[in-house]
Design a protein around this ligand. Structure first.
Ligand SMILES: [Zn+2]
Length: 344
């Protein structure tokens, strides 16, 4: 019984001094170790005692084991708590330390011009509609009074190998104008719509020509639309885009899908009309094509000819962006040079 007391005292004293998990493991082996543990050895020595004594001391030894196990568990919980606390303290965040700034991208200049233009047109009562980038020969040419070879020769065209059997070839659209017919097939006038997107032509590239470019077109149809409406909307658009003082002028031209047709010039933004190298000293820059919708286009869309009148105009967004941001080469837009794009 005395040995039990001594063991208890010594064991609790050493446990008291244990400060960490490895010390605790060491203590556990010293006391409870299967071969050399002090308590294990003591329990084993009971076997040599007479039965009456063995029972008495055995009960005391079991009580001691329970006590030591209880203390061991308490100590283990305590050490775990201490360790967690230390780790949390280590993880402390200095909230006064400056943060890492994330690099944010921005919209491509052509996208910016498109969104700005769409915003102006919606404020003038136009709705935004869409059409496919891969068109059929019908929507891209035939329905727009461009059935003959001579009409199509105005545009160098890529063709896809695939075609609708016995009917139509597919073409990466050379203009967004096909959307006119697609929309009119499903809607009756009056309406005013604006639509845009990428077009493709088999062009040799130089500073002002690309084989891929963005176009934006407007179409307004009602009972009595005239060239006066066309001029008003054009002027309102360019004044909102380039600022007050911008003038427009129409010159006679030819497009298969409008009759009559016009080239539209605007006051040179480079010199405000005084004359410079951009406008070849004329003060005017040719910027887009326009006209009154050809009745043949209405017919192709299923309208009764002569019932409706409308105007349409289309412009290259690349050209508009070049004018607005004073960019000298159209090819810069699609070279993906970050040094160029970062300037917008
Ligand atoms: Zn000029």
């Amino acid at each position: 019984m005395e040995l039990l007391e001594t063991l208890k005292k010594r064991a609790l004293e050493t446990l008291e001094k244990v400060a960490d998990a490895s010390g605790l493991a060491q203590w556990e082996i010293e006391i409870f170790g299967r071969k050399q543990g002090e308590l294990t050895r003591l329990l084993r020595s009971l076997r040599d005692l007479p039965e009456a004594e063995r029972r008495k001391i055995g009960a005391g030894a079991n009580k001691l084991r329970e006590k030591l196990e209880e203390e061991l568990n308490k100590k283990r919980a305590f050490i775990k708590k201490q360790t967690t606390k230390r780790e949390l303290l280590k993880e402390k965040v200095d909230i006064t330390f400056p943060g890492t700034r994330h690099k944010r991208g921005h919209l491509h200049p052509l996208t910016q011009i498109r969104l700005t233009s769409e915003h102006i047109f919606t404020s003038l009562g136009f709705a935004i509609v869409e059409g496919p980038e891969i068109e059929t020969e019908f929507y891209n040419f035939d329905a727009l009074n461009m059935a003959g070879h001579s009409a199509r020769d105005m545009q160098e065209t890529f063709w896809l190998d695939k075609s609708i059997p016995g009917k139509n070839r597919y073409v990466p659209r050379t203009q967004v104008t096909g959307i006119q017919v697609r929309f009119m097939e499903r809607h009756n006038p009056p309406f005013r719509i604006v639509y845009s997107g990428t077009c493709f032509r088999r062009e040799a590239t130089d500073a002002s020509h690309e084989f891929q470019f963005d176009q934006l077109e407007c179409l307004m149809v009602d009972k009595d639309i005239t060239v006066a409406n066309l001029k008003y909307i054009l002027h309102a658009f360019f004044e909102k885009l380039f600022g007050k003082g911008v003038e427009i002028r129409l010159r006679p031209s030819y497009f298969p899908f409008t009759e009559p047709s016009f080239e539209v010039d605007i006051t040179c933004i480079g010199c405000s009309g005084r004359g410079c190298s951009i406008c070849k000293q004329s003060g005017w820059v040719e910027l887009l094509g326009a006209g009154m919708v050809n009745q043949k286009v209405f017919k192709a869309a299923g309208y009764v000819p002569r019932q409706w009148q409308g105007f349409a105009f289309g412009m290259g967004l690349d050209r508009i962006a070049m004018m607005k941001y004073k960019i000298p080469d159209i090819r810069l837009f699609r070279q993906n040079d970050i040094r160029f794009l970062q300037q917008f």
